[in-house]
Ligand binder design. Structure first.
Ligand code: HEC
Ligand code: HEC
Ligand code: HEC
Ligand code: HEC
Ligand code: HEC
Length: 454
């Protein structure tokens, strides 16, 4: 009797405890689910005029915390070829001074750093201090939407054109913040969006020629995964300023590969400057991450920029995109190991092997371009005419654009290793053919330049 009563009590107590535990578990699961679902508490009302990221941070503190870290900089952030220290690329590779002779890039050219510096570094570079630049420069360096809207009376394309046409110093007065939340997100829905007219116009032209799609608009027609690349492709691209009006333009109407871009520039007879040592009409490549990435295996496999540069991190039950946009080599566990079942050391070694090989080939290509520049200069001093030198000028333009394209692309070959190697091999070949053309000037059988592999 006594023992069966205790048994009862024990059973009831266990049942009660189990109920409490299950209830607690359910509550826990429920709150986690709520946490995960209720991505934010709308503390403040965000509008198209909310430029200040701290204001957005009130609703989205986790993303804001990551975003703020883009201001970290210094030697400890460096990777073998990248990182967030703004060291001088000209000091590191003096050949660039010869290659960029006569152009603003020979004055000051640095390793890039976090988005927080995008306005400041533009203000402080010798390229804007010593050379007159247009308002177009701001297109990718600041939170531009309110300024464009104001300048165009509500019409963004018109405002964009008006600000591009202004001198840099005047346009700069209209911009208060570096790259911010509003540049990638719709303040009402938080959906990703593309806001840069340069990208919207460029991708429309590309989609028409490449895929036969009329009036392509990424904001309504792209998949979510595509948007996770397009928001970065807004700025990490090759561009030029239209000679008339200085509108920022992406040269994609013939395609995204280097020879498509070169053919586009050749057709409109565009050159960025006349080379300071040879007088050849040459091109400057700028950060073609989007174009090169599109030629690589990760793009082919449907991986997006954000997968590696803004990987998810867990906070409670929440999956938060890491808004500390930076080198994935400083974040390998989260950036790579979600897809690749190896150690962080192994992944780093794979990247550095690709980069070392690319760097070796890049060095050879720059050597070849500099050798060609010296040969042309020599020939000029000995009286060769521009007409005689035309094939060598063409070779310089082509070879230089190729080595520069890979140098200006910021992954040191990683985004598309074989494409980078192909471009550098062409650069070396074309530069050496250019030298043969110069040296053969007095020969009866001067070799003919073959500027393309086709
Ligand atoms: C598969 C992963 C992956 C994807 C996807 C990817 N990248 Fe990268 N990216 C890298 C790696 C690795 C580096 C080399 C970093 C280094 O050298 O420190 C890099 C370097 C960079 C750098 C230079 C960083 C630095 O510290 O110097 C930029 C800018 C960049 N990528 C932009 C992009 C853009 C824009 C896209 C999409 C069009 C993209 N990346 C897609 C892996 C990736
Ligand atoms: C199409 C977008 C775009 C436009 C237009 C643009 N930039 Fe940039 N800029 C970038 C990106 C992306 C980076 C980071 C990648 C890099 O440095 O290669 C950058 C980096 C920089 C840097 C830091 C690294 C360096 O090169 O020293 C400076 C300074 C700079 N830009 C100045 C300018 C100036 C001056 C202009 C106008 C002539 C301009 N930018 C126009 C996108 C752009
Ligand atoms: C350079 C572009 C860019 C900027 C600037 C940016 N974001 Fe994002 N954000 C992204 C991308 C890419 C995602 C992933 C979206 C997806 O996968 O659909 C994202 C996702 C988010 C999400 C959804 C939840 C998550 O973490 O995935 C929130 C909320 C968010 N961002 C808030 C912010 C806030 C707040 C700021 C400014 C402090 C900001 N973002 C700045 C590109 C950006
Ligand atoms: C509005 C234009 C713009 C957009 C959008 C943009 N970037 Fe950038 N990005 C820049 C500029 C400009 C810099 C260089 C800032 C500097 O050096 O002062 C830069 C720098 C970087 C760096 C170097 C950071 C470091 O610490 O070295 C990486 C990596 C990068 N961007 C990747 C991305 C990725 C990935 C996306 C999309 C999620 C993206 N960017 C979207 C303009 C942009
Ligand atoms: C979202 C998934 C995903 C992420 C994140 C990712 N990769 Fe990959 N990676 C792939 C896929 C898919 C392939 C292609 C495999 C195939 O089809 O053979 C690939 C291929 C590669 C290759 C072989 C390249 C070649 O030319 O064959 C290397 C190296 C690599 N990844 C490195 C990295 C590094 C480093 C990172 C992090 C910075 C990374 N990956 C992040 C999915 C990913």
């Amino acid at each position: 009797m006594e023992s069966s009563r205790w048994k009862y009590i024990a059973i009831i107590a266990t049942a009660a405890l189990a109920t409490v535990l299950i209830a607690l578990l359910l509550v826990n699961i429920f709150t986690r689910k709520q946490e995960a679902r209720q991505a934010y508490v709308a503390v403040t009302n965000l509008t198209e005029d909310t430029i200040e990221p701290a204001e957005w941070g009130k609703n989205f503190p986790r993303e804001y915390d990551g975003f703020k870290l883009t201001s970290s900089t210094g030697p400890e952030t460096r990777t073998r070829y990248g990182g967030s220290e703004a060291f001088s690329k000209l000091d590191q590779d003096p050949r660039l001074k010869t290659i960029f002779a006569g152009y603003a890039f020979a004055l000051d050219y640095r390793e890039e750093r976090g988005h927080a510096y995008s306005l400041r570094d533009q203000d402080e570079t010798e390229r804007t201090k010593k050379k007159p630049q247009p308002g177009s420069c701001l297109h990718c360096h600041g939170s531009m939407l309110p300024a464009w809207r104001a300048a165009g009376n509500g019409d963004i394309q018109k405002g964009f054109e008006a600000i591009c046409a202004m001198p840099f110093k005047e346009a700069r007065q209209k911009v208060t913040h570096p790259i911010g939340c509003i540049d990638c997100h719709d303040p009402k829905t938080m959906a990703l969006r593309v806001t840069r007219p340069g990208f919207l116009n460029g991708i429309k032209a590309y989609m028409k020629t490449a895929k036969g799609i009329d009036n392509y608009d990424p904001n309504t027609m792209a998949s979510r995964q595509e948007m996770r690349t397009y928001v970065c492709g807004q700025c990490h691209v090759e561009y030029y300023f239209k000679p008339e009006g200085k509108a920022v333009t992406y040269p994609w109407a013939k395609g995204l590969k280097i020879e498509n871009i070169e053919a586009y520039y050749d057709e409109i007879k565009f050159s960025d400057w006349k080379h300071g040592e040879t007088g050849a009409p040459v091109l400057k490549a700028q950060h073609p991450e989007f174009e090169m990435f599109n030629q690589g295996i990760h793009s082919r496999a449907g991986v997006a920029c954000a997968d590696c540069h803004m990987p998810y991190k867990r906070e409670g039950a929440m999956k938060v995109s890491d808004h500390w946009v930076r080198s994935p080599l400083r974040n390998i566990e989260r950036a790579c190991l979600v897809c690749h079942p190896f150690s962080a050391e192994e992944m780093k070694a794979r990247v550095e092997t690709i980069q070392d090989r690319n760097k070796a080939l890049l060095d050879r290509a720059e050597e070849a371009v500099v050798a060609l520049i010296h040969d042309i200069k020599d020939a000029k001093e000995k009286g060769a005419t521009d007409e005689q030198l035309a094939p060598a000028f063409k070779a310089q333009r082509s070879a230089q654009f190729r080595s520069d394209f890979i140098n200006a692309e910021n992954s040191m070959g990683f985004h598309a290793p074989q494409e980078a190697a192909r471009i550098l091999a062409e650069s070396i070949d074309i530069a050496r053919q250019g030298q043969l053309a110069v040296r053969g000037l007095n020969l009866a059988n001067a070799p003919k330049l073959r500027a393309s592999t086709k």
